[in-house]
Design a protein around this ligand. Structure first.
Ligand code: BES
Ligand code: ZN
Length: 648
């Protein structure tokens, strides 16, 4: 009965109905009511149908890709990938006569299927019209006879592919060789591979990648440190993963071991500083295993990308992609590594089924990240990081439209990148922290362990998680948490009043000092900042009043050299203040910063602040023209939106 319920349980209503038959302990979940409430509150923004991926054309309920075999050549002159993808397909419904794939700006050369005599035979295919958010569906006729279905697509990518960035030698650290990297999450794998680009479909893969012989290729798959450079590289990923985790990097890369299972790949000039900065990676891996069960992926390596990488990090399995902007020299920003590593459990092992369920990846990962940081660097540091995260999410809640404040965000009709915020991250983390406090750390950890085990290598919906939570935690300790509280966390905007607000003693002391300075009682140079870490600096700067006098700005800058800060997070916080208060001495640094860094989180708040005045807007547009050739297509899209109110 239970299994039936889950098969049918695609909507909240059905889950609730199933529950009535199987309920043993407490009142049935009132999810149906919550859904009505959402619909009443947001009459125009209907709630999504749980489990339905609005961001893919794939017909995975009829025919499902189980394995991908890639053969690609990286052509740096034309800035294209060319080759073929062979898809192994399972008929889910025996009568399935068509395979529907996702593509974006792919030049399809031919589509063939393997016949029973082992020959590739042409098959009918049709590329549908392009949707600006989703790309174009590719319809492929499947032969009735073949049992072991294999479909081969020969294709080329576009130089403007949204998931690829081709860098000229000048845009790299070493300035001698070009660089290529992919970014598939959320829906960009389709811009470099024709496949079922939905996290609900998992596949194994193998690949042969050809590059100029002086470059090394690495993938989110088996990478052997010490692989000789010869321009032909083979990979295999034997664990089934969703398409958004398929990744490739090509460049003048070398590797250096950091531990038994961990190494870093980077351009030679960054290798040493990266290996020192991330030296705790192996310990993080061991700590996470101790807390949440075995690491299931073999090696865990890092790939350091050029500064145009649009994210802080990306959890590509076995090989996280990492921005160089966190190499600060003092390990102050390594929570990023804890985060990407934690995705090996929350995200890569148990994945979100659709982009509406992103909080299952990011909220759980932010929670695990904080637990890892606490374990390795102590409660004080984790507390500071949690306060900084809390302040960011509370500020975003002030500004975001209500439907985007739900944990389960409905992004139908939009590019999921356009509803990216800290809600799935920090509100998700705070939800889990609240559960931890309610049930106790030991009980909650046991629940999480069991959850990772239960859903290993599966993709699940928010509703499936809630059902599991109810059966395995709420019902085992009746009366601790009621279902209405869960519904409020997941399906209502804002932050529930019962949130456990993170506190940091160190920050209380910073507030005292900053108060004395603001009251004119002490000069900046007299503030005792000797023991301040990057976290105290960020808190201090982020919590100054939005308007400061020219004298106050100069006092701070002279005392602390903020304009010249080499820590990118500190520089970012300071530059936001500088723009807001039109502090002229920081503009040269700001220009340099915007041109040399392409990480979205570090540049978009600055552009947003700049366009608030005519002068700032002129500056932003001028600098953007210089910076744009170095930005990733995703960053270009975001900044275009800010400066010109357009998509591309
Ligand atoms: N998986 C995300 C990046 C992502 C999310 C890409 C959604 C595309 C769509 C990655 O794990 C991440 O969260 N990166 C953060 C790290 C931070 C929260 C520590 C980032 O890049 O800022
Ligand atoms: Zn993440």
């Amino acid at each position: 009965m239970r299994t039936m319920c889950f098969l049918l349980g695609f909507t909240l209503l059905t889950v609730a109905a199933c529950d009535k038959r199987t309920r043993t302990v407490e009142a049935p979940p009132d999810l149906a009511k919550t859904e009505e409430k959402i619909a009443a509150k947001f009459p125009t923004g209907q709630t999504a149908n749980a489990g339905h991926d609005y961001h893919s054309y794939a017909n995975s309920h009829e025919a499902r890709v189980t394995h991908l075999s890639l053969q690609l050549t990286a052509d740096f002159d034309q800035q294209i990938l060319k080759g073929s993808a062979i898809l192994s397909v399972d008929r889910v419904t025996p009568a399935a006569d068509e395979l529907v794939l996702d593509t974006r700006e792919l030049d399809i050369q031919d589509v063939t299927v393997l016949d029973s005599s082992g020959k590739w035979r042409q098959t009918y295919y049709r590329l549908a019209e392009t949707d600006p958010n989703l790309g174009a569906a590719l319809y492929v006729d499947l032969p009735a006879d073949a049992t072991d279905l294999q479909v081969r697509i020969r294709y080329r990518t576009s130089p403007a592919a949204s998931g690829l960035q081709w860098l000229t030698p000048a845009q790299t650290a070493g300035k001698q060789y070009p660089f290529l990297f992919t970014q598939s999450q959320a829906i960009h794998a389709r811009s470099w591979i024709p496949l079922q680009d939905t996290p609900g479909v998992r596949m194994t893969y193998d690949a042969v990648v050809r590059t100029p012989p002086e470059l090394l290729a690495v993938m989110s798959a088996s990478n052997e440190p010490g692989t000789p450079r010869d321009g032909e590289y083979e990979f295999s990923m034997p664990q089934a993963i969703p398409s958004y985790l398929i990744a490739l990097g090509v460049g003048d890369l070398e590797s250096r071991p950091m531990g038994k299972r961990t190494a870093v790949y980077a351009e030679p000039s960054l290798l040493e500083s990266a290996a020192l900065e991330f030296a705790d990676t192996e310990q993080m891996l061991e700590t996470t295993e101790r807390m949440y069960g075995p690491y299931r992926w073999g090696r865990y390596d890092l790939l350091i990308l050029p500064p145009s990488f649009p994210f802080g990090g990306m959890e590509n399995p076995r090989l996280s992609f990492i921005t160089p902007t966190v190499i600060a020299g003092d390990k102050s920003l390594v929570s990023l590594i804890a985060h990407e590593l934690a995705h090996s459990w929350s995200g890569n092992l148990v994945s979100n089924a659709t982009w509406r369920d992103l909080w299952l990846n990011e909220g759980f990962t932010s929670y695990l990240e904080s637990r890892i940081m606490e374990e390795i660097y102590g409660e004080g540091r984790a507390a500071m990081e949690n306060v900084l995260g809390y302040q960011t999410v509370m500020q975003e809640i002030e500004e975001l439209p209500e439907p985007e404040q739900l944990l389960a965000i409905d992004s139908q009709g939009k590019d999921p990148d356009d509803v990216f915020s800290s809600i799935p991250y920090t509100k998700g983390q705070l939800f889990l922290t609240w559960l931890e406090h309610k049930f106790g750390r030991e009980r909650f950890d046991a629940f999480l362990n069991q959850y990772f085990e239960q859903f290993a290598f599966q993709s699940i919906t928010t509703e499936r998680f809630l059902e599991y939570l109810r059966e395995n935690l709420l019902q085992s300790e009746p009366g601790v948490v009621d279902w209405g509280q869960i519904g409020r966390w997941v399906f209502e905007p804002g932050m529930p009043d019962e949130v456990i607000v993170p506190q940091s003693d160190a920050f209380i002391r910073v507030t005292e000092k900053s108060g004395a300075w603001l009251a004119g009682e002490v000069a900046a140079a007299d503030i005792d900042t000797q023991i301040w870490t990057v976290h105290e600096w960020r808190f201090f700067l982020n919590n100054l009043p939005s308007r400061l006098s020219p004298e106050q700005l100069a006092d701070l800058d002279e005392a602390f050299g903020l304009t010249e800060s080499t820590n990118n997070e500190v520089a970012h916080s300071w530059l936001v203040i500088a723009v807001r208060n039109d502090y002229a001495p920081a503009y040269a640094r700001l220009e340099d910063y915007l041109v040399s860094i392409g990480r979205r989180k570090l540049i978009t708040p600055l552009y947003e602040e700049l366009i608030k005045t005519d002068k700032g807007s002129d500056f932003a547009k001028r600098v953007y023209e210089l910076a744009r050739p170095g930005y990733h297509p995703l960053a270009v899209r975001t900044v275009n939106g800010i400066l010109y109110g357009e998509d591309s």
